[in-house]
Design a protein around this ligand. Structure first.
Ligand code: UGA
Length: 436
């Protein structure tokens, strides 16, 4: 089966490499010449564990190619995936669909055979209808069916998520679309991964509902964490205690500095816009968005508290460990670290940061923050350390060295990766999230 993947960003590249690994013949297409040149040289545009190796082995096997020419890339393709970005539209939070529609037009103009066009980008309800209209009006004489196939992979664990999914969702309106998608996912079908066939609009909404629900779960536990601090309870035990109920489940109940990344912030906003357009308010999600936004700066204030409060903090130095929105990625989009650092620098605190992968991208986004070569360089002579992202490297810090290097042994752990008792026994003034 021949697959064309239009858009070689995060979702497109991971999906393309995994489809090639299933044995399909895949061509990844991107307008960015330098990205395609680098991919030809084996250089990945993003940091994702295992991706470079997967791309390399499939290129060598002749199953994975790259091009900037859409016409060339879609020739003979049975399935043409659209995996371009759908960023928040400036000003109103609506998903910006201009890239998706531009691809649909170009596909329509260049289609040389019958094909299924699949939206893998996260797109609001009704986008598939519009893509189908664009293709129908392009004058193509070939049969073309538009299918929605949202992606549920997590950055940092993307390849595992793609190859061992909890479910595959396919929104198709005709048998042609369903048949081609069954072939595309045949290896997972044989593996008994659950495949859910629904109509196209339902599939589009499933993606947003899933992300909004997960964002709600995180925000819920974050507010419970605040309450834990007030009443002397431990949020990790609360998470365990409620998560053991199968109806609730243990995942996405880790309290922290608020969710970030390229998906939850953008998708919750876009869902609110859809709800508004259809006059069907989703007040829970409105609250989630508001609470999460406020939380990021509140975490900055937590660090200020550890420095002795707003006034005392001026002129002091804080070491920020972790900048990316989560570990195992270099993605800085909507990372809580940005707001935490901003809150500190606004109060005249000097911030020195270290992140294993994110510093290059973070630098221009945080001009007032100095980047260090390693965690210990950041910590040297600081008045406090704040752990913002739970990279494995920070779980195994040499704490004696940290204590010696610090001016005062103050550690604020916004990801609850250390045990409060151990830290206090070592002589740290330790604060974390939602724990006594
Ligand atoms: C998320 C979803 O988990 C994926 O299923 C989805 O495919 C993806 O968005 C997308 O729409 O493309 P991702 O943004 O990579 O994936 O990251 P997550 O692992 O979901 O984490 C998102 C944020 O929530 C991070 O800032 C993380 O630190 C935070 N989080 C997560 C918590 O604060 N607590 C938790 O218990 C879990």
């Amino acid at each position: 089966m021949k697959i064309a993947m239009v858009g070689s960003g995060y979702v497109g590249l991971v999906s393309g490499a995994c489809f090639a690994d299933f044995g399909h013949d895949v061509c990844c297409i991107d307008k960015d010449q330098s990205k395609i040149d680098r991919l030809h040289d084996g250089v990945m545009p993003i940091y994702e564990p295992g991706l470079a190796e997967l791309v390399d082995s499939n290129v060598k096997a002749g199953r994975l190619t790259f091009t900037t020419s859409l016409k060339e890339g879609i020739a003979d393709a049975d399935a043409i995936f659209i995996a371009v970005g759908t960023p928040s539209r400036r000003g109103d939070g609506h998903a910006d669909l201009s890239f998706v529609y531009a691809v649909a037009e170009e596909v329509g103009q260049n289609l040389a055979n019958d094909a299924v066009v699949v939206t893998k980008s996260t797109v609001p309800v009704g986008t598939g209808d519009e893509v189908q209209r664009i293709l129908s009006e392009s004058g193509t004489s070939h049969k073309v069916s538009v299918v929605s196939n949202p992606e549920f992979l997590r950055e940092g664990a993307a390849i595992g998520d793609f190859k061992r999914p909890d479910r595959i969702v396919i929104g198709a309106e005709d048998e042609f679309g369903r048949d081609v998608m069954r072939e595309v996912y045949r290896p997972l079908f044989l593996n008994e991964s659950p495949i859910l066939f629904v109509n196209r609009r339902t599939s589009e909404l499933i993606k947003y509902a899933a992300n909004a629900f997960l964002a709600t779960k995180i925000t819920f536990i974050n507010e419970i964490a605040d309450l834990c601090e007030k009443v002397g309870a431990n949020v990790q035990d609360v998470s365990r205690g409620i998560g053991m109920d199968n109806r609730i489940g243990p995942k996405f109940l880790h309290a922290g500095p608020g969710y970030g990344g390229s998906c939850f912030p953008k998708d919750t906003l876009a869902l609110l816009k859809t709800a508004e357009d259809y006059d069907s308010p989703t007040r829970i999600i409105e609250a989630v968005v508001k609470v999460n936004e406020g939380r990021k700066r509140a975490m900055g204030r937590k660090v200020l508290e550890a420095l002795g409060g707003h006034d005392e903090a001026r002129g002091k130095k804080v070491a920020l460990l972790g900048l990316t929105f989560k570990p195992d990625t270099d993605d800085m989009r909507d990372s809580p670290a940005i707001a935490v650092a901003q809150t500190l620098t606004d109060c005249g605190v000097e911030v020195v940061a270290y992140d294993p992968e994110g510093m290059e991208i973070a630098k221009p986004m945080m001009p007032e923050v100095t980047m260090a070569a390693d965690p210990y360089e950041a910590i040297e002579n600081a008045d406090a350390v704040a752990i913002v992202t739970e990279w494995d490297a920070f779980r195994a810090l040499d704490l004696n060295r940290v204590k010696t290097l610090l001016k005062t042994p103050v550690l604020v752990d916004l990801r609850n990766i250390y045990r409060a008792d151990d830290m206090r026994a070592m002589g740290f003034t330790y604060d974390s999230v939602g724990r006594p």
